[in-house]
Write a protein that binds this ligand. Structure first.
Ligand code: TRP
Length: 475
């Protein structure tokens, strides 16, 4: 098959490279920080089941739909949709949903980098602590030896109260993201993914084994997998879908953009399945890494967003080898976060290159710089502007700070909206022969996919979008 050139002229060097980059985009803070948090808050097993159903019934068809558009379009998100529309005799206005996606990627990147900055800070703290442990001749001691529980948990509050420190971490993380994206698809994104993802999996497996040996696995399994269906409120279902979209990097045209760098189509269906399975597997493994430790130390699994930052560092203090394990744990999250943030920056960067004709470094700098500035608003929302409620007039966001507002608005409104439009476009507008030839699905699987993408996705995502925005409808 002849390789078509993309607008940007770039491409993955192999199918493996694409899969690693796409799995890298999918696996991130969403899997390791948010998924265990949500499972903990929403009562465990019942949430996990709904989540898995969302991933495979709605998420996986959408992953394939986005990759399909990118593969056929060979351009940035907007240009790719336009090309698929042209080949399908559909209106080019469909490309507008790509633009909404591009516009969503950028605020997500802003707050993502701020949260990744916290991870960077904790990597630094525990790295320094591990270094001290080595120097003191006791490398296998617990983390932060001698520090009281209050002091350890107080570190998060101190970090949040310090705009300068938050800003420094945010700056470093965004800088690293920008550097990688500016280097290009091949020399930057692909290279980062091919080094970092294998390292990530080794660390993850290592930490899960550690949890099995030192932690309380039985209780963790019971917690993660025993369903309590009384906990299944419409809000929980809503949250599960939002999390599935976020975790699979759907709804910002991210996989359209990554898909556009595929040169030869072979088994897009199998590739999509691998991405969904890897992403879900990592989320579950993250749960199996975190909860055995939480239970072993008798801590609260429903601590919420502070679980990783307050609960675990204290747990690492009491665990054998905790100084080393704690350090590795935060490095693991950091690695996952970088390979995701580069995908978020790549979406608008490719748009700038394809639609505006900017050079890659210029485009990356413009969007990375702008996202950095918006991130500053987010981090000031933890201290100087802690009273600010940007969408305070809207009951849904009445008591939501700047970062959570951007997170909530993108996650509850923009991602589902773009996901719904993607499924309508691919399910109803895209040329059927094109669907068959470009995805390479067998006739039976093609039929199932077309049913899911044309009917199930628009209706389910639409229903969840509406009830998410107007929760009172369900009362
Ligand atoms: N999926 C990543 C995570 O779970 C975050 C992410 C990367 C993302 N690209 C995205 C989320 C695009 C939404 C849209 O951490």
């Amino acid at each position: 098959m002849v390789a078509t050139t993309t607008t940007t002229g770039e491409g993955w060097s192999s199918r493996t490279a694409f899969i690693l980059a796409a799995v890298g985009a999918a696996v991130g803070l969403g899997n390791i920080w948010r998924f265990p948090t949500l499972a903990g808050e929403s009562g465990g097993g019942a949430f996990v089941i709904v989540y898995i159903a969302c991933v495979f019934l709605l998420g996986l068809p959408l992953v394939l739909a986005e990759i399909f558009i990118g593969k056929v379009g060979q351009s940035d998100a907007v240009g790719s949709i336009r090309r698929v529309a042209a080949k399908s005799n559909a209106s080019s206005s469909w490309s507008l949903f790509g633009l909404v996606g591009v516009m969503a990627a950028f605020p997500i990147l802003s707050f993502y980098s701020v949260v990744a900055g916290w991870v960077l800070y904790y990597s630094g703290v525990l790295g320094a602590d591990f270094f001290q442990a080595i120097m003191s001749g006791d490398p296998f001691r617990g983390a932060l030896a001698g520090e009281s529980r209050e002091a350890i948990q107080g570190r998060m509050g101190n970090l949040f109260a310090d705009p300068g420190l938050l800003l420094t971490m945010h700056f470093l993380f965004m800088g690293a993201t920008l550097f990688i994206v500016a280097r290009g698809v091949h020399a930057g994104i692909e290279k980062a993914a091919t080094y970092l993802m294998p390292a990530f999996f080794v660390l993850l497996i290592g930490l899960v084994i550690y949890g099995m040996i030192e932690g309380d696995v039985a209780q963790a399994m019971a917690f993660l997998f025993t369903p309590d269906f009384s906990k299944l409120t419409p809000q929980v279902i809503n949250t599960a879908l939002g999390q599935a979209l976020f975790s699979l990097s759907l709804g910002v045209a991210g996989l359209i953009t990554y898909g556009s760098y595929i040169k030869e189509s072979s088994g897009l269906g199998a590739t999509s399945a691998m991405i969904a399975i890897a992403d879900t597997g990592v989320a579950l493994l993250a749960g199996l890494m975190i909860f055995p430790i939480v239970f072993a130390v008798g801590l609260d699994p429903a601590a919420g967003p502070t679980l990783v930052f307050q609960t675990l560092p204290f747990a690492f203090q009491t665990m054998p080898g905790g100084a080393l394990i704690g350090f590795l744990f935060f490095v693991l999250i950091l690695v996952a976060a970088v390979t995701s943030s580069i995908s978020l920056l790549e979406v608008p960067t490719a748009w700038g290159i394809g639609e505006r004709g900017w050079s890659r470094p210029k485009s990356a700098l413009i969007f990375g710089g702008a996202a950095f500035l918006v991130g500053i608003l987010c981090l000031l929302g933890y201290n100087v502007w802690s009273d600010v409620r940007p969408l305070g007039f809207w009951p849904l966001f009445a008591d939501t700070d700047i970062l959570d507002t951007i997170d909530g608005f993108t996650g509850k409104v923009m991602l589902p909206l773009v996901a719904m439009l993607t499924s309508i476009f691919v399910g109803w507008k895209a040329d059927r022969t094109l669907l068959a030839t470009e995805t390479g699905l067998s006739p039976a699987v093609l039929k199932i996919w077309r049913f899911l993408i044309a009917w199930v996705c628009p209706l389910a995502v639409g229903a969840i979008l509406v009830t998410g925005l107007f929760p009172s409808l369900l009362d």
